[in-house]
Write a protein that binds this ligand. Structure first.
Ligand code: TYC
Length: 118
C-alpha cells in the first residue's frame, strides 16, 4: 500500500540499497504485485434427453466454439458422461454455468453444468 515502486536509498547498506557503509538501513525491494487468479473448469454433464444439436448450440454461443470443436466436446460428454467446456476465472465461470442452466431450463431441457477449481 505504501510502496512507491522504487527502492529507497538512505545511504546505508542493506538489501535493496546501493551505497553507504554503516551496515544498517531500511529494507525495501521492488515487487510488482501480480497475483494470478485461480482458474475454474466449466463442466458439462451428459443426460439422456437434451438433443445433441441443442448442446452444440450452447457450446457455440456461450463458449465461443466453432462447429467442429462444439461437436467434439458434445460427443465427448455424450460418450464419457462429463467434459470441459472451457477454463475461466471464478466470476466468468459462474456466469457461464448460470447461462447454460437458465437457457436449458427455458427450453425445457435437463442439461446440467457445473464448475470445478483447476
Ligand atoms: N446424450 C444426449 C443424447 O443422446 C446428448 C447430450 C450430449 C446431452 C451432451 C447432454 O451434455 C450433453 N441426446
Amino acid at each position: 500500500m505504501k510502496d512507491s515502486g522504487g527502492n529507497n536509498d538512505d545511504g546505508k547498506n542493506g538489501p535493496g540499497n546501493t551505497g553507504g557503509n554503516t551496515g544498517t538501513g531500511i529494507v525495501t525491494k521492488t515487487r510488482p504485485k501480480t497475483k494470478k487468479p485461480s482458474l475454474y473448469k466449466v463442466l458439462l454433464l451428459n443426460d439422456d434427453y437434451t438433443p445433441m444439436e441443442f448442446v452444440v448450440h450452447i457450446l457455440e454461443k456461450i463458449f465461443g466454439k466453432n462447429r467442429e470443436e462444439a461437436v467434439d466436446v458434445m460427443l465427448h460428454v455424450h460418450r464419457h458422461g462429463v467434459g470441459i467446456c472451457g477454463v475461466y476465472t471464478f466470476e466468468v465461470a459462474e456466469t457461464k454455468v448460470a447461462q447454460v442452466i437458465e437457457f436449458s431450463r427455458r427450453h425445457q431441457h435437463p442439461l446440467q453444468c457445473t464448475m470445478e477449481k483447476e
